[in-house]
Design a protein around this ligand. Structure first.
Ligand SMILES: [Zn+2]
Length: 380
């Protein structure tokens, strides 16, 4: 992940930021100090504008983070683990380990973010009213009022029923709860997203053309972004539909060629790599139980002079960091785990016993077969 940098860790969740965030931070601080604050309270020294801007900007990003923590903590309470929160140009993204298992859970996770934003907006507003009663300077009140308005707007904007905004998920969750069909609910929500984003783009361009203000272009840009995201979501759903009802056992590669953990890398290369087409091999202990997975990339990284001594087991990725699946598990349930891990392979285990491996090649083949058979109207 070279496009992001790490900020820290809070409540067991890694917080990272995309470099695009720095653009937003600079833009917000600058527009506050140079435009918004001077327009509301003119004739103040420049340092005073900057002092308030530099206090309000981090507070705004802290509220973005609070919005994401809202999603993450509720998700965790509902049994969905969250590893990272990434801040970027448009706000934050919580990376959930898997999709919610019910519409009700998804609804809770989605709705809490905007609720946190709106509550923070109300709190900042109340703080402004209190500070005003205590006779605080106008600039401080302006800063608090801006923070209040931004949080309320953020909460409301996120409730727009379009992917990838929270509102898109709320809509999907509601449809899911009504019809008990996750795929269909996503399709319908993606259709609403496309409609809404088209309206945003048209409205934004119209505003830009008639008033010449940049606000219109910004709106059109957001519309375009929403359109891309809803397309991506619809694509994932199309894949899910092609794979619907297919279990891991039906498309996995089996039997699997396994390597004993104690075999030196050199021998492994001669005995396995040279004569086979696989690019990854499960590594097993003396009892034949899988303890890890070794890929050709990892083998390549062992210097040739060490290959006689290093055992293949010490090069392999340990089993607890390998994505595992059960033979009877639906493939669509495995996909999010595979995507979240960034890997392209899953070991298929029946209890302790290794029964197969599922690779990107197997998945692609299943998708193609699905596309071919779905084109035949008699099958479905
Ligand atoms: Zn959110």
């Amino acid at each position: 992940m070279k496009d992001s940098f790490r900020i820290g860790r809070l409540l067991g969740i890694e917080i990272t930021a995309n470099w695009s965030l720095l653009v937003t931070v600079a833009l917000i601080a600058w527009s506050l100090a140079a435009a918004i604050l001077p327009a509301n309270s003119p004739d103040q020294p420049a340092w005073a504008y900057w002092a308030v801007a530099l206090a309000v900007t981090p507070a705004f990003f802290a509220s973005l983070l609070a919005h994401e923590f809202g999603h993450s903590l509720v998700a965790r309470r509902l049994g969905v683990e969250v590893k990272t929160i990434t801040l970027w140009l448009f706000g934050g993204v919580s990376k959930l380990e898997r999709e919610s298992s019910s519409g009700r859970d998804e609804l809770r996770i989605a709705v809490v973010g905007p609720a946190v934003s709106i509550a923070l907006g109300a709190a900042a507003g109340a703080l402004a009213v209190g500070a005003s009663a205590l006779g605080a300077p106008d600039l401080v009140l302006d800063g608090l009022a801006w923070l209040a308005a931004m949080n309320v707007m953020l909460g409301l904007f996120n409730l727009l029923p379009a992917f990838p905004l929270d509102g898109g998920r709320v809509l999907r969750a509601a449809l899911w709860m009504r019809n008990d069909d996750h795929v269909k609910a996503t399709e319908q929500a993606a259709a609403v997203s496309r409609m809404l984003s088209t309206v945003l783009i048209a409205f934004g361009l119209l505003e830009f053309l008639s008033t010449g203000t940049l606000g219109g272009l910004w709106l059109a840009f957001i519309g375009w972004f929403v359109l891309q995201a809803s397309r991506a979501e619809a694509e994932v759903v199309a894949e899910q539909e092609l794979l619907a009802g297919i279990r891991v056992a039906a498309i996995m590669s089996s039997p699997v060629l396994t390597a004993p953990a104690g075999v030196p890398v050199e021998e492994f290369v001669e005995r396995y790599v040279l004569g086979n087409r696989a690019t990854a091999y499960p590594v097993v202990d003396e009892d034949g139980r899988p303890i890890g997975l070794v890929t050709l990339d990892q083998v390549r990284d062992v210097p040739p002079r060490d290959r006689g001594q290093v055992a293949i087991g010490s090069v392999a990725v340990p089993i607890d960091r390998v994505v595992c699946a059960e033979p009877a598990e639906p493939v669509v349930d495995l996909l999010p785990r595979l995507l979240a891990s960034g890997g392209t392979r899953a070991l298929v285990l029946d209890g302790d016993e290794l029964v197969g491996i599922l690779t990107a090649t197997d998945l692609n083949r299943a998708l193609l077969v699905g596309a071919i058979t779905h084109a035949e109207p008699t099958i479905r």
